[in-house]
Design a protein around this ligand. Structure first.
Ligand code: BES
Ligand code: ZN
Length: 458
């Protein structure tokens, strides 16, 4: 191990340069005008996997963006790790708020700024470099390794489940390694053992067939913006609880043990509020912030559109209104069940004079793992060696739907080892990655392969 770690320490600058090349590719999956860039990013991943010594590298086309696969099988007797990551990134708007251009990676104060630095190019890169380090040192990999790197995570992975279904033999593994979450805080390395799920909708409502003069018609014709707001505001009560009938039926109660574990984590509510610029936190009564974030479902309005929003004033009664809304789910809520309940409820709340269309967008299942899997023990050891600190175990409020798929479709446990920080602006302007964590991540990943080789897993 010593030579591998020494090799990693000597190659920091090269790793940074190669990651920068990756980050220069604007692989925005939701934007059709970037389809070629997304393809180029897939190619770059393929080259990196080749460079990391993979004996088989394949780029699988899908109806959407390609899936990159790589593998090196060294010894069938040894455990196999499947590394999952995504090379697509979120859009960059509002672009004017970036201090340096999103696709011109720039280092300031030990942080690498670029879209995708944390989510997820920089994070997954650590697992390319750890494998490469073994081979560059003239060592065989201590375990078998496979990579599954997709280009559609940020748009809900529409083609991934069917790929996994039809390639279950190819993807056979003992453990999945994912670096696409965050550490609990700076200096507090973490393993994440729970994610929320998601269902997402667009709601379109209309009344009259055209916009109307609000003086000539206001008072006799319904206002879709008002009606839609009313429907949405009815979705939560004064205690922050979601009012959809039977919505909480499958929500798993928090155990006392978990409550105690969460309370032990170094959560500083004042610093947290200051960080995000809010006067006070809100949400469901009866739960602490971490409990609400990690173990309770939510209902959010992601965007609304209606009527006149330009400069000045226009007295108009809009013909239509639209909202994008989503619900984060927790174990054991099922996306399809919640979709049905939600849609029924919207129709129930809508007055008869309103035309309502509910469109289901993407979704994903929530996930929670048991903490006693030997792969988690191996990961904790590796992180301790890589960061010089024991990791804490935490859950997350975000979603990575494929993790539940791995568990259910392939029966493989996942280790979520995030090296991002909560304030690294994923999905926002000035996304960044701490370089100390990047190098610590590469070391930990190398140690993980070594620990795993000595773990009895099957
Ligand atoms: N890396 C995130 C997931 C994440 C977010 C983990 C926050 C931990 C904390 C991932 O790239 C992401 O953004 N996922 C989407 C999933 C959705 C599009 C189905 C999310 O959570 O909104
Ligand atoms: Zn993301």
């Amino acid at each position: 191990m010593k030579s591998v770690i020494e090799y990693i320490e000597k190659n920091h600058d090269r790793y940074l340069e190669e990651l920068k090349e990756f980050l220069k590719i604007p692989s925005i999956s939701t934007d059709a005008s970037h389809a070629q860039d997304v393809k180029n990013a897939a190619e770059y991943v393929g080259q990196q996997l080749q460079k990391a010594g993979m004996e088989r590298v394949e780029i699988f086309p899908t109806p959407g963006h390609p899936i990159v696969y790589g593998e090196r099988i060294t010894n069938e007797e040894k455990p196999t790790v499947l590394v999952y990551g995504h090379y697509d990134v979120q859009p960059v708007d509002p672009i004017e708020l970036w201090q340096s251009p999103p696709f011109e990676p720039t280092v300031r104060d030990g942080e690498l700024y670029a879209r995708g630095a944390a989510d997820d190019k920089g994070q997954m890169f650590i697992h390319f470099k750890s494998a490469e380090a073994y081979l560059e040192c003239g060592k065989q990999l201590p375990v078998n390794i496979k990579y599954l790197i997709e280009g559609e995570e940020e748009i809900g992975s529409p083609n991934l489940n069917s790929f996994i279904d039809s390639h279950s033999d190819l993807l056979k593994a003992d453990v999945v390694m994912v670096s696409d979450t965050t550490m609990f805080a700076r200096g507090v390395p973490s393993i994440c053992y729970g994610l929320r799920g998601l269902v997402y909708f667009q709601i379109d409502v209309s009344a009259a067939s055209t916009d109307l003069h609000s003086g000539s018609f206001g008072g006799v014709v319904a206002n879709p913006a008002f009606e839609l707001s009313t429907i949405l505001s009815t979705m939560k009560d004064d205690h922050g609880r979601i009012t959809i009938p039977r919505f909480y039926d499958d929500v798993r109660d928090l155990t006392d043990r978990e409550r105690q574990e969460f309370a032990r984590l170094p959560f500083d509510e004042e610093a947290y509020k200051k960080d995000i610029g809010v006067k006070q936190l809100s949400g469901e009564h009866g739960y602490t912030p971490l409990e609400r974030l990690w173990t309770r479902p939510t209902f959010e309005i992601n965007g609304m559109l209606s009527g006149f929003t330009g400069e000045g004033a226009k007295t108009v009664l809009p013909a239509r209104a639209m909202a994008k809304v989503s619900l984060r789910l927790v174990p054991d809520q099922q996306p399809e069940t919640i979709e049905d309940l939600f849609e029924d409820y919207v129709h129930e709340l809508a007055p008869p004079f309103l035309e309502v269309a509910v469109t289901r967008m993407h979704g994903g299942k929530p996930w929670v793992a048991s903490l006693d899997h030997p792969a988690l023990v191996a990961a904790a050891q590796a992180i301790q060696k890589g960061f010089g600190k024991k990791p804490v175990f935490q859950r997350e409020g975000g979603s990575i739907p494929v993790v539940a798929t791995f568990a259910e479709q392939l029966d493989i446990p996942s280790v979520l080892f995030g090296i991002g920080l909560p304030d690294e602006n994923a999905h926002a302007p000035n996304e960044k990655l701490d370089l100390g964590n990047f190098y610590g991540g590469i070391r930990s990943s190398a140690y993980f392969l070594d620990e795993l080789s000595r773990t009895r897993i099957r």
